[in-house]
Design a protein around this ligand. Structure first.
Ligand code: PD2
Ligand code: ZN
Length: 295
């Protein structure tokens, strides 16, 4: 008896997957409901591929075995940067130093890191950025240009990739840590938030529905990961929040939060923001990682 993919089945697969259900669980449920395993697998893959094409999310990759570390692949989505955390190590190798693993979360994929930069490196980065600060721009997805964004009240600047020994050292460390080519990274951005300044919750990926997005994607594809490094410590406030899961990462000098998103969709739960600074000021450096070489 041959079994065919009905519109109802397609709809059900998409609903399960966008709700965050792993493909293994979707397959399992289909087999339990009487589907031949092979047919179920084919239906799942084809349905998700078609769906991703419709929402403009790029190529589909098969789920990787649990032991895979480099370029972790997930249910429906592209390969993304990730740390080598199999076996739950206390520290991970970042080339010229070891970095503490403080928190590791699966969904959203978030890893909080301790001691990514030394105090001296944080100070040096602030000193190099300070004379070049201007009110932050964000990429305007309706046009593909840049504009002042009222949701972001910080000041900022971009370093060129590899522009100094310090920048090269930090970029090499991030490359090693998240196992992602440094060529895929945008230039390091430094932001400064004064009291009351914040970065309202947003996604770092570019919205596929916006008309300016195809232009933006020409320079290396989608963003698939972010590293936010804390360069100083505000007295109160200024944490990085993940509202979908009620997580707030404390801004501690030299620490960092890494998160990835394997498709440009809210079901990644990668919504995040910079909470208002209540006392003191906040300095961070952000590295955004693209699918391919950022040119
Ligand atoms: O400064 C932060 O905590 C923050 C929060 C959300 C930075 C970014 N997003 C970013 O640079 O994308
Ligand atoms: Zn962000």
């Amino acid at each position: 008896m041959t079994q065919s993919i009905t519109p109802e089945l397609r709809q059900w697969i998409i609903e399960q997957s966008t709700a965050g259900c792993l493909p293994e669980s979707v397959l399992d449920a289909m087999v339990k409901a009487g589907w031949q395993a092979e047919v179920a697998e084919r239906a799942l893959e084809q349905t998700l591929r078609d769906h991703l094409q419709q929402i403009g999310a790029g190529r589909v990759v098969a789920p990787a075995p649990a032991t895979s570390t480099v370029g972790a692949r997930h249910a429906i989505g592209v390969a993304v940067p990730d740390l080598a955390l199999a076996g739950s190590p206390r520290r991970v190798d970042a080339g010229d130093r070891e970095v503490d693993v403080i928190v590791s979360m699966g969904q959203p994929r978030v890893v909080v890191l301790g001691g990514l930069l030394s105090d001296e490196e944080c100070e040096a980065l602030i000193a190099a950025a300070r004379p070049r600060m201007a009110r932050s721009l964000t990429v305007e997805t309706t046009t593909g240009g840049e504009e002042l964004n009222p949701n972001r009240t910080s000041n900022g600047m971009f370093f060129q990739r590899g522009e100094s020994e310090l920048i090269r050292r930090i970029e090499a460390r991030i490359e090693r840590l998240v196992q992602w080519p440094l060529e895929n990274g945008e230039g390091l951005q430094v932001l400064n938030y004064q009291v009351g300044a914040e970065y309202k919750p947003h996604y770092d990926y570019f919205d596929p529905a916006e008309p300016g997005t195809p232009t933006i994607l020409q320079r290396g594809g989608q963003r698939v990961g972010t590293v936010v490094i804390y360069l100083n410590e505000p007295v109160r406030g200024g944490g990085t929040t993940f509202p979908d899961v009620g997580l707030e990462v404390a801004p501690i000098r030299g620490n960092a939060v890494f998160f990835s998103y394997n498709r440009p969709h809210p079901s990644t739960l990668s919504l995040h923001g910079g909470a208002p600074v209540l006392e003191g000021e906040k300095w961070v450096a952000t590295k955004w990682l693209r699918e391919r070489e950022f040119v």
